[in-house]
Design a protein around this ligand. Structure first.
Ligand SMILES: [Zn+2]
Length: 136
């Protein structure tokens, strides 16, 4: 539907790739306006949590524990609408409505390199990083 749309079944792996950059776009529906925000979700050095930025403002971190929650200690931003949308997407592994789209920026969610082949573009993760994740 959209170019750079992450395949729904791969969205969680994509968002938690370690260096994901993406937009969540929600089409207008039932009288609600369309919504869109830009996200960066980076894994911490220790590898235990993910730092979340929305429209380039730090919003808090998410620990690797389900259900995913946002810890806002030290956060500069308070974009509740956008962080709620992110958590909702993470906690609804792909079973979410057709009007919600996760769109990547053309770079790998793990290493940030440019994606080139069609499968990588569909998954949002390049071949080298996919292979490495399968080994783990
Ligand atoms: Zn990569």
């Amino acid at each position: 539907m959209f170019r750079n749309e992450v395949r729904k079944s791969n969205i969680k792996s994509f968002i938690l790739g370690g260096s994901a950059e993406f937009t969540i776009y929600q089409e207008a529906k039932d009288g609600k306006e369309a919504q869109q925000a830009h996200y960066k979700v980076k894994i911490s050095k220790e590898g235990n949590c993910y730092f979340v930025r929305v429209n380039n403002v730090y919003q808090g971190c998410i620990y690797k524990k389900q259900p995913y929650l946002l810890y806002t200690k030290g956060a500069k931003g308070n974009n509740t609408k956008a962080t709620k949308a992110l958590l909702w997407v993470l906690n609804h592994q792909g079973d979410f409505p057709d009007e919600v789209h996760v769109l990547h920026m053309g770079t790998c969610a793990c290493c940030g390199r440019k994606l080139s082949d069609p499968l990588s573009i569909e998954l949002g993760i390049g071949p080298t990083c996919r292979a490495r994740r399968e080994e783990q």
